[in-house]
Design a protein around this ligand. Structure first.
Ligand code: IPE
Ligand code: IPE
Ligand code: MG
Length: 244
């Protein structure tokens, strides 16, 4: 089946504007095959590449993928090194892919603990793709939802102290301006693979009214068809935002 046929049955006028993906299950994918966890992460990167390609066709305007949480630093040193090397691959080897395809790349997360070389490459990639108009890819890397909010509160407090902001004027809109990329819209749909049904500190502020979609498929097995299934399910749901 061609990739374009996959769009059949999707209402392109009602696409979610922002989809978040918790790419989970790499370790279990490898374990099932008697392989080291690293092989699962490598295969997971291929799954990500499939979805990035497919999004050039379907064009969800904002795609945020959870690649590495701040909690993930608690894993074995070896696994962390391997994940960092895959991150380097994504950023460096796909540099021209992102620029040529018109994908704007954004990093969501903190810079502490991350290798200088990776940070430099991220900066360069963000700069080189800032005019990308096809879609925005946000990579949540060294990311924690609570930490993002704490760091927003700290920055806001500084502005209050300096007299740029009055406490009375602080609203949800104000706090949002201190998050990593304030222009990102709320997440409409969160997809989590591997059967786990939790948020794991992902985009806390922006998932307040997201639709949640869980699938048993392990991330390395995730295909265009699975993505389409999630979008169709999203389109069949009724979002109420608290209204009757
Ligand atoms: C997701 O897969 C990738 C990262 C968290 C970096 P896992 O590594 O969490 O895979 P499982 O959950 O152990 O199967
Ligand atoms: C969430 O997955 C983080 C990423 C996918 C990068 P985890 O595998 O780290 O989450 P938990 O530990 O199962 O909640
Ligand atoms: Mg996991």
């Amino acid at each position: 089946m061609s990739k374009h046929n996959l769009l059949e049955g999707i209402d392109l006028s009602k696409l979610p504007k922002h989809v978040g993906i918790i790419m989970d299950g790499n370790g279990r994918w490898a374990k099932k095959r008697g392989l080291p966890r690293y092989e699962g992460h490598k295969e997971g990167l291929k799954a990500l590449e499939r979805i990035l390609d497919f999004n050039l066709i379907i064009r969800i305007p904002y795609l945020t993928v959870y690649a590495f949480s701040r909690e993930n630093w608690q894993r074995d040193k070896r696994e962390i090194e391997e994940l960092m090397s895959l991150a380097k691959h994504l950023i460096n080897d796909k540099f021209s892919y992102f620029t040529q395809k018109g994908i704007r790349f954004l990093h969501l997360g903190e810079t502490d603990m991350v290798d200088e070389e990776i940070l430099k490459s991220i900066k360069e990639l963000e700069e080189a793709t800032k005019g990308g108009e096809i879609y925005t890819l946000c990579v949540a890397f060294n990311y924690s939802g609570r930490y993002e909010i704490v760091s927003a509160v700290k920055k806001m407090y500084e502005d209050v102290k300096q007299g740029f902001l009055s406490v009375e004027s602080i609203s949800e809109e104000t706090l949002k301006k201190y998050l990593y990329h304030p222009d990102l819209p709320d997440i409409d749909l969160v997809i989590r693979t591997s059967g786990e049904q939790r948020i794991s500190n992902f985009m806390l502020w922006r998932v307040a009214y997201s639709e949640l979609y869980f699938t048993e498929v392990l991330w390395p097995d995730f295909k265009e068809e699975d993505f389409v299934r999630a979008i169709k399910e999203y389109q069949a749901r009724e979002r109420r935002f608290g209204k009757a």
